[in-house]
Design a binder for this molecule. Structure first.
Ligand code: UTP
Length: 472
Protein backbone atom coordinates (compact mmCIF):
# COMPACT_ATOMS: atom_id res chain seq x y z
CA UNK A 1 0.00 0.00 0.00
CA UNK A 2 1.44 3.40 -0.94
CA UNK A 3 1.89 6.07 1.72
CA UNK A 4 -0.97 8.57 1.92
CA UNK A 5 -0.39 11.76 -0.06
CA UNK A 6 -0.66 14.87 2.14
CA UNK A 7 -1.26 17.20 -0.82
CA UNK A 8 -4.22 15.13 -2.02
CA UNK A 9 -5.66 14.95 1.46
CA UNK A 10 -5.33 18.72 1.86
CA UNK A 11 -7.11 19.26 -1.45
CA UNK A 12 -9.99 17.15 -0.12
CA UNK A 13 -10.15 19.01 3.21
CA UNK A 14 -9.68 22.58 1.99
CA UNK A 15 -13.14 23.19 0.47
CA UNK A 16 -14.62 22.35 3.88
CA UNK A 17 -12.17 24.36 6.00
CA UNK A 18 -10.87 21.19 7.69
CA UNK A 19 -7.14 21.42 6.85
CA UNK A 20 -6.29 21.61 10.56
CA UNK A 21 -6.75 17.83 10.70
CA UNK A 22 -3.29 17.51 9.12
CA UNK A 23 -1.62 20.10 11.36
CA UNK A 24 0.49 17.47 13.13
CA UNK A 25 1.14 15.34 10.01
CA UNK A 26 4.91 15.80 10.14
CA UNK A 27 5.03 14.43 13.70
CA UNK A 28 3.15 11.23 12.85
CA UNK A 29 4.56 7.80 12.12
CA UNK A 30 3.71 6.12 8.82
CA UNK A 31 1.17 3.91 10.58
CA UNK A 32 -0.50 6.92 12.23
CA UNK A 33 -0.63 8.73 8.90
CA UNK A 34 -2.23 5.75 7.22
CA UNK A 35 -4.81 5.46 10.01
CA UNK A 36 -5.65 9.18 9.89
CA UNK A 37 -5.94 9.13 6.09
CA UNK A 38 -8.26 6.13 6.41
CA UNK A 39 -10.46 7.99 8.89
CA UNK A 40 -10.59 11.06 6.63
CA UNK A 41 -11.46 8.89 3.62
CA UNK A 42 -14.46 7.50 5.47
CA UNK A 43 -16.01 10.90 6.12
CA UNK A 44 -18.69 12.52 4.02
CA UNK A 45 -17.63 16.16 4.49
CA UNK A 46 -20.56 17.51 2.48
CA UNK A 47 -22.94 15.74 4.85
CA UNK A 48 -21.09 17.07 7.91
CA UNK A 49 -21.22 20.61 6.51
CA UNK A 50 -24.98 20.31 5.91
CA UNK A 51 -25.58 18.92 9.41
CA UNK A 52 -23.50 21.72 10.95
CA UNK A 53 -25.49 24.34 9.07
CA UNK A 54 -28.71 22.81 10.36
CA UNK A 55 -27.33 22.65 13.89
CA UNK A 56 -26.25 26.27 14.02
CA UNK A 57 -28.08 28.64 11.69
CA UNK A 58 -31.49 26.89 11.71
CA UNK A 59 -31.60 26.20 15.43
CA UNK A 60 -34.18 28.81 16.53
CA UNK A 61 -36.54 28.05 13.63
CA UNK A 62 -36.12 24.32 14.29
CA UNK A 63 -37.05 24.69 17.94
CA UNK A 64 -40.14 26.64 16.92
CA UNK A 65 -41.06 24.05 14.27
CA UNK A 66 -40.67 21.24 16.81
CA UNK A 67 -42.89 23.06 19.30
CA UNK A 68 -45.54 23.67 16.63
CA UNK A 69 -45.45 20.04 15.57
CA UNK A 70 -45.77 18.96 19.22
CA UNK A 71 -48.90 21.04 19.62
CA UNK A 72 -50.57 18.91 16.93
CA UNK A 73 -49.74 15.67 18.71
CA UNK A 74 -52.54 13.26 19.58
CA UNK A 75 -52.30 10.10 21.66
CA UNK A 76 -51.29 7.15 19.45
CA UNK A 77 -53.63 4.30 18.51
CA UNK A 78 -52.72 1.83 21.22
CA UNK A 79 -53.59 -1.42 22.89
CA UNK A 80 -53.92 -0.30 26.48
CA UNK A 81 -53.37 -2.52 29.52
CA UNK A 82 -56.99 -2.12 30.54
CA UNK A 83 -58.14 -3.49 27.14
CA UNK A 84 -55.73 -6.40 27.45
CA UNK A 85 -57.01 -7.30 30.91
CA UNK A 86 -60.68 -6.90 30.04
CA UNK A 87 -61.01 -8.90 26.86
CA UNK A 88 -59.91 -12.13 25.30
CA UNK A 89 -57.62 -10.21 22.96
CA UNK A 90 -54.53 -10.82 25.08
CA UNK A 91 -54.99 -14.61 24.98
CA UNK A 92 -55.52 -14.48 21.22
CA UNK A 93 -52.49 -12.27 20.76
CA UNK A 94 -50.36 -14.54 22.90
CA UNK A 95 -51.44 -17.59 20.90
CA UNK A 96 -50.64 -15.87 17.65
CA UNK A 97 -47.24 -14.74 18.87
CA UNK A 98 -46.48 -18.24 20.14
CA UNK A 99 -47.34 -19.72 16.74
CA UNK A 100 -44.91 -17.35 15.04
CA UNK A 101 -42.21 -18.23 17.56
CA UNK A 102 -42.80 -21.97 17.17
CA UNK A 103 -42.64 -21.58 13.40
CA UNK A 104 -39.17 -20.04 13.73
CA UNK A 105 -40.19 -16.70 12.26
CA UNK A 106 -38.51 -14.51 14.89
CA UNK A 107 -35.01 -13.13 15.26
CA UNK A 108 -33.72 -10.76 17.91
CA UNK A 109 -31.57 -7.68 17.57
CA UNK A 110 -29.80 -6.42 20.67
CA UNK A 111 -28.07 -3.05 20.46
CA UNK A 112 -25.07 -2.72 22.73
CA UNK A 113 -22.87 -0.15 21.06
CA UNK A 114 -23.48 2.77 23.42
CA UNK A 115 -20.71 4.22 25.56
CA UNK A 116 -22.73 4.32 28.77
CA UNK A 117 -21.28 7.69 29.76
CA UNK A 118 -23.92 8.43 32.41
CA UNK A 119 -23.28 5.12 34.16
CA UNK A 120 -19.54 5.81 34.26
CA UNK A 121 -18.61 2.14 33.75
CA UNK A 122 -15.38 1.65 31.84
CA UNK A 123 -16.46 -1.46 29.91
CA UNK A 124 -19.35 -2.36 27.59
CA UNK A 125 -22.57 -1.88 29.59
CA UNK A 126 -23.61 -5.46 28.78
CA UNK A 127 -20.85 -6.64 31.11
CA UNK A 128 -22.24 -4.73 34.08
CA UNK A 129 -23.04 -7.22 36.86
CA UNK A 130 -26.57 -6.23 37.71
CA UNK A 131 -28.07 -9.46 39.12
CA UNK A 132 -29.07 -8.56 42.71
CA UNK A 133 -28.16 -11.98 44.12
CA UNK A 134 -26.34 -13.73 41.28
CA UNK A 135 -24.18 -10.86 40.08
CA UNK A 136 -25.13 -11.92 36.53
CA UNK A 137 -24.27 -9.41 33.83
CA UNK A 138 -26.83 -7.71 31.62
CA UNK A 139 -25.58 -9.86 28.73
CA UNK A 140 -26.03 -13.05 30.75
CA UNK A 141 -29.59 -12.16 31.74
CA UNK A 142 -30.64 -11.19 28.21
CA UNK A 143 -28.94 -14.17 26.54
CA UNK A 144 -30.55 -16.55 29.04
CA UNK A 145 -33.96 -15.01 28.42
CA UNK A 146 -33.49 -15.67 24.74
CA UNK A 147 -32.28 -19.21 25.33
CA UNK A 148 -35.21 -19.94 27.63
CA UNK A 149 -37.72 -18.49 25.17
CA UNK A 150 -36.33 -20.66 22.39
CA UNK A 151 -36.43 -23.76 24.58
CA UNK A 152 -40.02 -23.09 25.54
CA UNK A 153 -41.11 -23.11 21.89
CA UNK A 154 -38.64 -25.72 20.64
CA UNK A 155 -36.77 -23.34 18.33
CA UNK A 156 -33.45 -21.60 18.03
CA UNK A 157 -33.90 -17.86 17.91
CA UNK A 158 -30.96 -16.14 16.19
CA UNK A 159 -29.43 -13.12 17.89
CA UNK A 160 -27.99 -10.16 15.99
CA UNK A 161 -25.84 -8.29 18.48
CA UNK A 162 -24.73 -4.77 17.61
CA UNK A 163 -21.50 -3.44 19.07
CA UNK A 164 -19.53 -0.30 18.21
CA UNK A 165 -15.79 0.30 17.93
CA UNK A 166 -16.06 1.38 21.59
CA UNK A 167 -17.46 -1.98 22.75
CA UNK A 168 -16.64 -4.51 20.03
CA UNK A 169 -13.40 -6.20 21.11
CA UNK A 170 -14.27 -6.45 24.77
CA UNK A 171 -17.74 -7.78 23.99
CA UNK A 172 -16.36 -10.45 21.66
CA UNK A 173 -13.79 -11.52 24.21
CA UNK A 174 -16.43 -11.71 26.94
CA UNK A 175 -18.78 -13.80 24.80
CA UNK A 176 -16.10 -16.33 24.05
CA UNK A 177 -16.08 -17.52 27.60
CA UNK A 178 -18.54 -18.66 29.01
CA UNK A 179 -19.59 -19.54 25.48
CA UNK A 180 -22.34 -17.03 24.80
CA UNK A 181 -24.20 -18.17 27.92
CA UNK A 182 -25.38 -21.30 26.12
CA UNK A 183 -26.42 -19.86 22.75
CA UNK A 184 -24.90 -21.78 19.80
CA UNK A 185 -22.17 -19.87 17.93
CA UNK A 186 -24.03 -20.03 14.64
CA UNK A 187 -27.02 -18.27 16.19
CA UNK A 188 -25.09 -15.25 17.49
CA UNK A 189 -24.02 -12.76 14.84
CA UNK A 190 -22.06 -9.83 16.16
CA UNK A 191 -21.90 -6.75 13.93
CA UNK A 192 -20.27 -3.41 14.52
CA UNK A 193 -22.03 -0.10 13.97
CA UNK A 194 -20.51 2.94 12.28
CA UNK A 195 -19.17 6.12 13.84
CA UNK A 196 -19.58 9.84 13.26
CA UNK A 197 -17.03 12.56 13.93
CA UNK A 198 -17.85 15.38 16.34
CA UNK A 199 -17.40 19.03 15.42
CA UNK A 200 -16.49 22.10 17.41
CA UNK A 201 -19.84 23.82 18.02
CA UNK A 202 -18.52 27.32 17.31
CA UNK A 203 -16.51 26.68 14.14
CA UNK A 204 -17.84 23.42 12.66
CA UNK A 205 -14.27 22.06 12.58
CA UNK A 206 -13.83 18.35 13.25
CA UNK A 207 -12.16 17.58 16.57
CA UNK A 208 -8.93 15.65 17.01
CA UNK A 209 -8.79 13.14 19.83
CA UNK A 210 -5.05 12.80 19.30
CA UNK A 211 -2.58 14.39 16.95
CA UNK A 212 -3.13 11.53 14.52
CA UNK A 213 -6.71 10.58 15.28
CA UNK A 214 -10.12 12.15 14.72
CA UNK A 215 -12.60 12.04 17.54
CA UNK A 216 -15.44 9.73 16.51
CA UNK A 217 -18.31 8.16 18.44
CA UNK A 218 -20.98 5.53 17.64
CA UNK A 219 -23.62 6.83 15.22
CA UNK A 220 -26.58 6.11 17.51
CA UNK A 221 -28.86 3.07 17.92
CA UNK A 222 -30.45 4.09 14.64
CA UNK A 223 -27.15 3.15 13.01
CA UNK A 224 -28.42 -0.42 13.46
CA UNK A 225 -30.23 -0.60 10.14
CA UNK A 226 -27.30 0.43 7.94
CA UNK A 227 -24.87 -1.68 9.98
CA UNK A 228 -27.11 -4.76 9.87
CA UNK A 229 -27.30 -4.47 6.11
CA UNK A 230 -23.60 -3.71 5.61
CA UNK A 231 -22.52 -6.64 7.77
CA UNK A 232 -24.63 -9.19 5.90
CA UNK A 233 -26.98 -9.53 8.89
CA UNK A 234 -30.03 -8.61 6.88
CA UNK A 235 -29.15 -11.13 4.20
CA UNK A 236 -28.74 -13.77 6.94
CA UNK A 237 -32.14 -12.87 8.36
CA UNK A 238 -33.76 -13.38 4.97
CA UNK A 239 -31.83 -16.57 4.29
CA UNK A 240 -33.17 -18.02 7.52
CA UNK A 241 -36.70 -17.04 6.55
CA UNK A 242 -37.20 -14.83 9.60
CA UNK A 243 -40.19 -12.54 9.22
CA UNK A 244 -40.09 -10.38 12.34
CA UNK A 245 -37.25 -8.93 14.36
CA UNK A 246 -37.63 -8.28 18.08
CA UNK A 247 -35.50 -5.25 19.03
CA UNK A 248 -34.13 -4.54 22.49
CA UNK A 249 -31.44 -2.48 24.18
CA UNK A 250 -28.78 -3.83 26.45
CA UNK A 251 -29.65 -1.77 29.52
CA UNK A 252 -33.07 -3.18 30.45
CA UNK A 253 -32.89 -6.51 32.31
CA UNK A 254 -36.68 -6.61 32.75
CA UNK A 255 -37.42 -6.72 29.02
CA UNK A 256 -39.70 -9.64 28.17
CA UNK A 257 -37.59 -11.03 25.33
CA UNK A 258 -39.81 -12.05 22.40
CA UNK A 259 -42.95 -11.26 24.40
CA UNK A 260 -45.49 -13.49 22.61
CA UNK A 261 -48.48 -11.20 23.25
CA UNK A 262 -46.62 -8.19 21.89
CA UNK A 263 -45.60 -10.14 18.78
CA UNK A 264 -49.18 -11.39 18.40
CA UNK A 265 -50.68 -7.89 18.55
CA UNK A 266 -48.09 -6.72 16.04
CA UNK A 267 -49.00 -9.53 13.64
CA UNK A 268 -52.75 -9.19 14.10
CA UNK A 269 -52.56 -5.47 13.28
CA UNK A 270 -50.41 -6.08 10.20
CA UNK A 271 -47.98 -3.64 11.79
CA UNK A 272 -44.60 -2.96 10.23
CA UNK A 273 -43.13 -1.38 13.35
CA UNK A 274 -44.52 -1.80 16.85
CA UNK A 275 -43.39 -0.30 20.09
CA UNK A 276 -43.97 -1.03 23.76
CA UNK A 277 -44.87 1.92 25.93
CA UNK A 278 -45.58 2.60 29.58
CA UNK A 279 -48.09 4.98 31.08
CA UNK A 280 -46.25 8.17 32.05
CA UNK A 281 -46.74 8.97 35.71
CA UNK A 282 -45.50 12.53 35.49
CA UNK A 283 -46.10 14.73 32.43
CA UNK A 284 -42.41 15.66 32.49
CA UNK A 285 -41.05 12.08 32.73
CA UNK A 286 -37.75 11.81 30.90
CA UNK A 287 -38.91 9.31 28.29
CA UNK A 288 -39.69 9.75 24.61
CA UNK A 289 -43.36 10.59 24.07
CA UNK A 290 -45.07 8.25 21.62
CA UNK A 291 -47.70 10.28 19.78
CA UNK A 292 -49.60 10.42 16.54
CA UNK A 293 -49.24 13.40 14.20
CA UNK A 294 -51.10 13.46 10.89
CA UNK A 295 -51.93 9.80 11.40
CA UNK A 296 -48.28 8.77 11.81
CA UNK A 297 -46.94 7.26 15.00
CA UNK A 298 -43.79 9.06 16.07
CA UNK A 299 -41.74 10.01 19.08
CA UNK A 300 -41.21 13.45 20.52
CA UNK A 301 -38.24 13.54 22.86
CA UNK A 302 -38.97 14.86 26.34
CA UNK A 303 -36.62 17.76 25.71
CA UNK A 304 -38.68 18.78 22.66
CA UNK A 305 -42.12 18.57 24.25
CA UNK A 306 -43.22 22.00 25.54
CA UNK A 307 -44.38 21.79 29.13
CA UNK A 308 -47.85 23.17 28.39
CA UNK A 309 -48.38 20.44 25.79
CA UNK A 310 -46.97 17.75 28.10
CA UNK A 311 -49.48 18.78 30.77
CA UNK A 312 -52.58 18.72 28.51
CA UNK A 313 -55.34 16.54 29.96
CA UNK A 314 -57.39 13.91 28.14
CA UNK A 315 -61.22 14.23 28.43
CA UNK A 316 -61.18 11.91 31.48
CA UNK A 317 -58.58 14.06 33.26
CA UNK A 318 -55.65 11.70 32.72
CA UNK A 319 -52.62 12.77 30.64
CA UNK A 320 -53.43 13.26 26.97
CA UNK A 321 -49.90 12.35 25.84
CA UNK A 322 -49.57 9.38 28.16
CA UNK A 323 -47.34 6.97 26.25
CA UNK A 324 -43.66 6.73 27.22
CA UNK A 325 -41.30 4.86 24.89
CA UNK A 326 -39.27 2.01 26.43
CA UNK A 327 -37.36 1.13 23.25
CA UNK A 328 -38.72 -2.38 22.80
CA UNK A 329 -39.89 -2.92 19.25
CA UNK A 330 -40.93 -5.54 16.74
CA UNK A 331 -40.05 -4.78 13.13
CA UNK A 332 -41.36 -6.54 10.07
CA UNK A 333 -38.33 -7.81 8.15
CA UNK A 334 -39.75 -6.79 4.74
CA UNK A 335 -40.15 -3.27 6.14
CA UNK A 336 -36.53 -3.20 7.34
CA UNK A 337 -35.37 -4.44 3.95
CA UNK A 338 -37.42 -1.73 2.23
CA UNK A 339 -36.00 0.93 4.54
CA UNK A 340 -32.44 -0.24 4.02
CA UNK A 341 -32.84 0.01 0.23
CA UNK A 342 -32.88 3.74 0.89
CA UNK A 343 -29.45 3.36 2.47
CA UNK A 344 -30.83 2.85 5.98
CA UNK A 345 -30.72 6.60 6.09
CA UNK A 346 -32.55 7.71 9.16
CA UNK A 347 -32.09 11.41 9.93
CA UNK A 348 -29.31 12.57 12.24
CA UNK A 349 -30.16 14.20 15.56
CA UNK A 350 -27.87 16.78 17.04
CA UNK A 351 -26.56 16.69 20.60
CA UNK A 352 -24.33 19.27 22.28
CA UNK A 353 -21.78 17.42 24.39
CA UNK A 354 -18.47 17.83 26.20
CA UNK A 355 -15.70 16.41 24.01
CA UNK A 356 -12.03 16.64 25.08
CA UNK A 357 -9.75 17.45 22.14
CA UNK A 358 -6.29 18.51 20.95
CA UNK A 359 -6.11 22.21 20.12
CA UNK A 360 -4.11 23.85 17.33
CA UNK A 361 -1.10 24.21 19.61
CA UNK A 362 -1.17 20.46 20.30
CA UNK A 363 -2.46 20.81 23.86
CA UNK A 364 -5.07 18.47 25.33
CA UNK A 365 -8.19 20.48 26.27
CA UNK A 366 -10.79 19.22 28.77
CA UNK A 367 -13.79 21.53 28.35
CA UNK A 368 -16.11 22.09 31.30
CA UNK A 369 -19.24 22.79 29.32
CA UNK A 370 -20.56 21.41 26.05
CA UNK A 371 -18.17 22.48 23.30
CA UNK A 372 -19.03 20.04 20.55
CA UNK A 373 -21.83 18.74 18.39
CA UNK A 374 -22.34 15.00 17.99
CA UNK A 375 -24.59 13.37 15.41
CA UNK A 376 -26.73 10.31 16.15
CA UNK A 377 -29.46 8.33 14.45
CA UNK A 378 -32.37 7.04 16.52
CA UNK A 379 -34.07 3.72 15.86
CA UNK A 380 -37.51 5.12 16.62
CA UNK A 381 -37.36 7.25 13.47
CA UNK A 382 -38.43 4.04 11.73
CA UNK A 383 -41.90 4.35 13.29
CA UNK A 384 -43.28 7.21 11.15
CA UNK A 385 -41.97 5.47 8.02
CA UNK A 386 -44.08 2.37 8.67
CA UNK A 387 -47.33 1.97 6.71
CA UNK A 388 -48.90 0.66 9.90
CA UNK A 389 -47.37 1.15 13.32
CA UNK A 390 -48.75 -0.18 16.58
CA UNK A 391 -48.34 0.84 20.19
CA UNK A 392 -48.79 -1.70 22.98
CA UNK A 393 -48.84 -0.68 26.62
CA UNK A 394 -46.98 -2.77 29.18
CA UNK A 395 -46.71 -2.59 32.95
CA UNK A 396 -43.53 -0.67 33.79
CA UNK A 397 -42.88 -2.66 36.97
CA UNK A 398 -42.83 -5.87 34.94
CA UNK A 399 -41.09 -4.72 31.78
CA UNK A 400 -38.80 -1.73 32.16
CA UNK A 401 -35.92 -0.90 34.50
CA UNK A 402 -33.12 0.62 32.44
CA UNK A 403 -29.62 0.94 33.82
CA UNK A 404 -28.62 4.46 32.80
CA UNK A 405 -27.13 6.34 35.74
CA UNK A 406 -24.34 5.90 38.24
CA UNK A 407 -25.12 5.74 41.98
CA UNK A 408 -26.68 8.85 43.47
CA UNK A 409 -29.24 9.64 40.76
CA UNK A 410 -32.96 9.45 41.51
CA UNK A 411 -33.64 6.38 39.39
CA UNK A 412 -32.17 4.11 36.71
CA UNK A 413 -29.11 3.49 38.94
CA UNK A 414 -27.67 0.02 39.68
CA UNK A 415 -29.39 -0.06 43.11
CA UNK A 416 -32.69 1.01 41.65
CA UNK A 417 -32.57 -1.59 38.85
CA UNK A 418 -31.69 -4.34 41.34
CA UNK A 419 -34.59 -3.25 43.54
CA UNK A 420 -36.98 -3.46 40.58
CA UNK A 421 -35.72 -6.95 39.73
CA UNK A 422 -36.15 -8.19 43.29
CA UNK A 423 -39.63 -6.66 43.53
CA UNK A 424 -40.76 -8.35 40.32
CA UNK A 425 -39.37 -11.76 41.25
CA UNK A 426 -40.75 -11.53 44.78
CA UNK A 427 -44.12 -10.76 43.20
CA UNK A 428 -43.92 -13.90 41.01
CA UNK A 429 -43.11 -16.09 44.02
CA UNK A 430 -45.87 -14.62 46.17
CA UNK A 431 -48.38 -14.86 43.37
CA UNK A 432 -47.94 -18.62 43.27
CA UNK A 433 -48.13 -19.12 47.02
CA UNK A 434 -44.55 -18.76 48.32
CA UNK A 435 -43.70 -16.45 51.18
CA UNK A 436 -40.60 -14.31 51.11
CA UNK A 437 -39.40 -12.80 54.39
CA UNK A 438 -39.05 -9.04 54.62
CA UNK A 439 -35.77 -7.63 53.40
CA UNK A 440 -34.81 -10.87 51.65
CA UNK A 441 -33.41 -10.55 48.13
CA UNK A 442 -34.71 -13.00 45.57
CA UNK A 443 -33.67 -13.35 41.96
CA UNK A 444 -34.95 -15.80 39.39
CA UNK A 445 -32.73 -16.90 36.51
CA UNK A 446 -34.53 -16.89 33.14
CA UNK A 447 -33.41 -20.51 32.83
CA UNK A 448 -35.44 -21.31 35.97
CA UNK A 449 -38.59 -19.41 34.96
CA UNK A 450 -39.63 -16.70 32.55
CA UNK A 451 -42.81 -15.77 34.43
CA UNK A 452 -44.92 -16.50 37.50
CA UNK A 453 -46.75 -19.38 35.81
CA UNK A 454 -43.46 -21.14 35.20
CA UNK A 455 -42.32 -20.48 38.77
CA UNK A 456 -45.44 -22.36 39.92
CA UNK A 457 -44.26 -25.49 38.10
CA UNK A 458 -40.82 -25.36 39.72
CA UNK A 459 -41.25 -24.63 43.44
CA UNK A 460 -42.74 -26.82 46.19
CA UNK A 461 -46.09 -25.80 47.65
CA UNK A 462 -45.92 -23.33 50.52
CA UNK A 463 -42.23 -22.51 49.93
CA UNK A 464 -40.82 -20.11 52.53
CA UNK A 465 -37.80 -18.06 51.56
CA UNK A 466 -35.98 -16.71 54.59
CA UNK A 467 -32.53 -15.88 53.20
CA UNK A 468 -31.29 -14.28 49.98
CA UNK A 469 -31.73 -16.76 47.15
CA UNK A 470 -30.97 -17.13 43.47
CA UNK A 471 -33.39 -19.51 41.78
CA UNK A 472 -31.59 -21.31 39.02
P1 UTP B 1 -28.48 5.32 25.41
O1 UTP B 1 -28.95 6.32 24.47
O2 UTP B 1 -29.13 5.26 26.74
O3 UTP B 1 -26.91 5.48 25.55
O4 UTP B 1 -28.55 3.92 24.70
P2 UTP B 1 -25.86 4.73 26.46
O5 UTP B 1 -24.63 4.57 25.66
O6 UTP B 1 -26.39 3.46 27.04
O7 UTP B 1 -25.62 5.72 27.66
P3 UTP B 1 -25.14 7.26 27.70
O8 UTP B 1 -26.21 8.07 27.01
O9 UTP B 1 -23.79 7.35 27.04
O10 UTP B 1 -25.08 7.52 29.16
C1 UTP B 1 -29.68 3.11 24.68
C2 UTP B 1 -29.29 1.81 24.03
O11 UTP B 1 -28.82 2.02 22.71
C3 UTP B 1 -27.54 1.47 22.55
C4 UTP B 1 -26.95 1.39 23.93
O12 UTP B 1 -25.94 0.40 23.99
C5 UTP B 1 -28.18 1.03 24.74
O13 UTP B 1 -28.47 -0.35 24.60
N1 UTP B 1 -26.76 2.35 21.66
C6 UTP B 1 -26.72 3.69 21.87
C7 UTP B 1 -26.06 1.79 20.62
O14 UTP B 1 -26.08 0.56 20.43
N2 UTP B 1 -25.34 2.61 19.82
C8 UTP B 1 -25.28 3.94 19.99
O15 UTP B 1 -24.59 4.62 19.20
C9 UTP B 1 -25.99 4.50 21.05
Amino acid sequence: MSAPDKTKLLARLRPFGQEHLLRFWDELTDAQRAALAGQIDGIDFTQIATLCRQATSDAPQDAQAVAERASEAEPPPAIRLADQRAGASAADARRRGEEALRAGKLGVVLVAGGQGTRLGFDHPKGLYEIGPVSGASLFQILFEKLLARGRRYGVRIPLYLMTSPATHDETLAALDEPKRYGLPAKDVLVFCQGTMPAVDAASGRLLLEDKGKLFASPDGHGGMLAALDRSGGLADIRRRGLEQLFYMQVDNPLVEVCDPAFIGYHLAAGSEASTQVVQKLDPLDRVGNVVSIDGRVQIIEYSDLPENVARLPAPDGSLKLWAGNIAVHVFDVAFLARMSEHGGRLPFHIARKIVPYIDDAGHAVEPEKPNAIKFERFIFDLLPAARTALVVEVDEAAAFAPLKNGPGAKRDTPEWVRGQMVALHRGWLEKVGATVANGVQVEISPLFALDAAEVATKIPRGLRVTADRYFR
